[in-house]
Ligand binder design. Sequence first.
Ligand code: ADP
Length: 450
Amino acid sequence: MFQKILVANRGEIALRIICACKELGIPTVAVYSQADQDSLHVRFADEAICIGPPKSSESYLNIPGVISAAEISNADAIHPGYGFLAESAYFAEVCEACGLTFIGPSPEVIQLMGDKDAARRAMKEAGLPVLPGTGKLQGPASAIIPQAEEIGYPVILKAVAGGGGKGMRIVDSSPELAAALEVAQSESESAFGSSEVYLEKYLPAARHIEFQILADHHGTVMHLGERECTIQRRHQKLLEEAPSSYLTREMREAIGNRVVEAVRAVNYTNAGTVELLFDDLHNYYFMEMNTRIQVEHPVTEMITGLDLVKEQIRIAAGEKLAYRQEEIEFRGHALECRINAECPDTFLPSPGKITAFHPPTGIGVRVDTAAYTDDVVTPYYDSLIAKVITHGKDRLEAVRRMQRALEMTIVEGVKTTIPLHQRVLQDHDFLTGRISTRFLERWTTSGAKK
Ligand code: ADP
């Protein structure tokens, strides 16, 4: 097992990783920017090293800074969390070259899945259905229009290097294509440093359902069921649940097995997530694979009783998965609401000082957060303040528990997404499971982005 783990992240996920390390008896090293010196990950890690100014490009994304911190502190492994360096194949390679274990899959698989076009091709080859689409687009709009027409409108332009819903544009007809292409390319260039985009058939009433995978270095690959992540704003997840009420037990087993075989075919190791889109006839299609721990991993933990971060660490240390697929049991239902510091109507960030903070408590409630009273939400990073997770014997109990948990959450000083979640949790269509990724557009036009 590792002697010391450096946590290359901040906020709730850094704390989450520190929790897992403490339970495994592994000392931790936090890295932090000058904006985060009073953060809880700095306080609860065994050691902490400042790696630069507030801007993430100069701190949390500063590879030499992170590697030096690992060397100075004698850490032998790095957990990247999600975001920042988590899906950088280059960073994973540098870790390897410096004799540090990167807690995640191999650089080759990260590279493959980071190129959405290559990932689509690999997963199609490995037996998963994909939506009709193109490879990387080349040439002017006039050359692309025939390809879009062949797929059939609506289509969606997506960034090859995509993430966080950026660089995507829905196109309903040929005259719209040129302008949409320009926007998608420039958004992709500024977010990912690459303007490469591709086209895919757009499913107007889709559900986003993803499978959690664990794979060790001894050939065992398994799935831990699915998460329903259909409630989104601007193609970004807001509320997640497990299991999905859209799948029967038989579907879960059948799709889970196909996903496991596809992941095995690309030699995947560690934790990962295969994201699928479902249409209204239960057809499903591979969308992308995330090669890291996901924000919404707690809902899977609540229904399986497993600790995914500990599993990641054990797998990276070369241990075998300690159970078989047949031993994974799903108990009850879990929901997660992402509490962001943002305006619930416009989704614009709302940075500032949290003047009062009281997370909800009580039976069946889990809160993953690094926030506290007088903590400052800075404009430099993601606006996630807390994840409120509830678990109940069934969906209704989990929903009722979430309703009362949010009512008993105090966050003052910044605007939050809590009112939006409360509205969703009372909506008849949500309660009866009639949802699609455009669910929120009924209340706000900013849910849609063309
Ligand atoms: P990112 O990596 O930026 O998160 P994804 O490929 O995971 O991008 O897609 C994010 C969301 O965008 C999906 O959950 C879904 O709501 C929407 N989306 C992406 N592709 C399609 C599609 N072909 N049809 C309908 N919705 C889509």
